[in-house]
Ligand binder design. Sequence first.
Ligand SMILES: [Zn+2]
Ligand SMILES: [Zn+2]
Length: 387
Amino acid sequence: MSVSPGCLFTRDDTGQALFLGPAEVTALQEAAQEILAEPSAAGQTPDAGALKELVRLLGATAPGEEPVRMPGEAAAWIELIHGQSLIREALREQGRLRVRHRCRVCDRTLLVDPDRESRTNEEQSDAAQAKQTSGLAKSAAGFDVEHPYRSIALLLLQLVEDEAGKQDVKDKALSRVCAACDSADFETAGLTAFCPGCRAPRTETVLLTCPECGHDFRGAAAAAPVWRSPAEARRARAVALLAARAGEFEKGLRDTQRDALAGTLTGEEELVAMCRCALPGEFGRYVALLFTTTHLAWARESMMSATTSGLVRWADVTAVEDPAESAAEYESGLRLTVAQGAPLVLNDFRGKGVCFGDREAAFDGEGVRRLARLLRGEPPAPAAGEG
Ligand SMILES: [Zn+2]
Ligand SMILES: [Zn+2]
């Protein structure tokens, strides 16, 4: 079993699954705790006990373990929190979202449009500061598919306060001032959204339907399913694992190569190993190879050429050989004969590979042939090996 860079959850009621990276688990936990600390909702929410159970389950996770089973009610809370981030994002885009700041001196509340403030700060700050501010604005504004809970963390949580607090220290000169007492000392007191239906200010932590006009805030969130099929969730885990280990790849794995290799994953395989090698006749070792339990994927990229990639399924492989045995012009390496189409020939295996699981592998020609035979389901060769 591979060590995973996150945790896989399965929900008891539907059998669906979800992969969460460590940062997502943390953000989700914080969002849940934020709601528990101030359990105010516009509209009907699921049971608060299930939210506590969610916090407990998220806290009990450890990367690499078997999928964590989650009761349907706790799973529904993940969906709800995810939806809250989308709802707030939509309100923000419509200019209806404000951060509440409370004056620490006279307790008066000030509403600040986070977008207007970050724009102002950007204009008045130096380049480095501006970059940092726009980065923050972007994370908060853009719902990032890779980090779906980052935006909740920024919008719903203490992080709003933390980031705003940091900014205040730096930009004291242009920071807000209390109209009643002239103090510049504020604390963040949450978010206020103005209802698109009746324009009433809503300060609840959870927005579902407006108690005054019945406006349904969930329109923005309805189209974004969080829970996926188990294969999709396993695929997300494998892609995250590949990304997490890419830095160990010999001479680095380019993003486009990594994406090409990730593109071959379906969630039905386990990652086994990856290494660098060459196409016969090329001086440069431009090929990244990814061994999985179902297939071998390759992606070639050099300084001078775009990425080309492909895959060979172990089920289609009819023979694993050393190319040097069958044709004199080939160096030692890996030759996969397939049922249909041209054989895949690779060589110049040396250097360091990456093993995903517990299984050790050698990344010379003999080592990759042994690995290929193993993955293809051939019985292990006698210890003498190739002879
Ligand atoms: Zn004041
Ligand atoms: Zn309303």
